[in-house]
Design a protein around this ligand. Sequence first.
Ligand SMILES: [Zn+2]
Length: 422
Amino acid sequence: MKKIIVLFYVLGLGITYAQNEKYQGQPPIEIVPTDARPVQRQWKGNFTFDDDAVMFSNDFDGARLNGIVKNNDSTYTVLITPENTPINTSPWYAFKVWAKEKNPINVVMTYHESAKHRYYPKLSSDGLVWSPLDSINYTEYEKGDKAFGPGSLPVKVSMKLHIGPDTLWVSGQELHTSHHVSAWVDSLAKKDFIAKKIIGKSRQDRNLNLLAIGKETSKNMLIVISRQHPPEVTGYLAMKTFIETITSDTKLAKKFRRKFTTYVVPLMNPDGVDNGHWRHNAGGIDLNRDWANFNQPETRAVKHFMEEKVRQNQGKFYFGIDFHSTWDDIYYTVDPDLEGNMPSLVTDWLTDIKKELDGYDPNIRPSDNMLPTTVSRNYFFVAHGAEALVFEIGDNTPRAFLKKKARVSANILMQLMLERLK
Ligand SMILES: [Zn+2]
């Protein structure tokens, strides 16, 4: 194994870690029942201390803060718990904190049972513009020695926060709730070649928005989805740039839109995101295990939409992509020996992305195990013949790089698909 020291600068500030080995990817997907299960509703409100001298709040969309104790005049210990169990180690947190007087406090982050601290804290004064906590103010305890996965994480961390009368927002990643995503969808839908549709409702009655980019009668279609898993913000950010490239004014994008129509579901799990869930929807289910049984309204809406489109347009989905986040950038592809509607598209695409991004070595994990469909990639491939993959961005991938990669990826994909349609 090559020993390369790679420096990662999260959002431009100096968090560094050594990458000694390549991420090996997740173990084989387990097949689990996807009938709804109860979730624990988070108590919402303000947590007050010292006659309101210091206040914490989880009373906003995307928040997660389940309990706090004051240890002494300057130290508070926070507890973060999941919506239900068993659950993946992706312990999301987000809260606001302020004080009557300007004063630094220490906040110790602790987690339910075996969960550990995963997301490097981001701070904001308005909930819109975020920057990582200065590493001087961040201490990890009992950190694991693995390069990736739960074994790489500290059991708890302490952060020194400089608080005062102005609200300080603290969150595991930048906050992109259903409200933020809708604003993005609406801004794109102003373009005359983009339509916004509602393809269904979540369990808690939130809209499942879809963008139709190009002519809705086109026989040549793509499906793009993101955010089945609420904390996976970096995947969502890559999806945004990917779509903004397809909707741009370049000659290539215009030509592409004349031949292909791209359908996008940017927020698959709005309930999970707004409730600050670690992974599941409001039915307590990992949506990316429900693409065989379709017990949940969110997956069912996409299935129904795709089937209807194929029937109405007598068309085909040539490409399907599902954006996620994990420990490091990785692509879960379909084994190239299995041919869909545009054979070799994904392999050639990843080869060209590697050529275009100097020094970038894509981590590609193909699978030939397509049944039962269980996950979105398998469903897109098996049910529709779409050349499909999961596009995973690391939790700590620098934002500038993930945007560049998404832009380059969209441009190369458009080029290759246009060549193949001739
Ligand atoms: Zn995911």
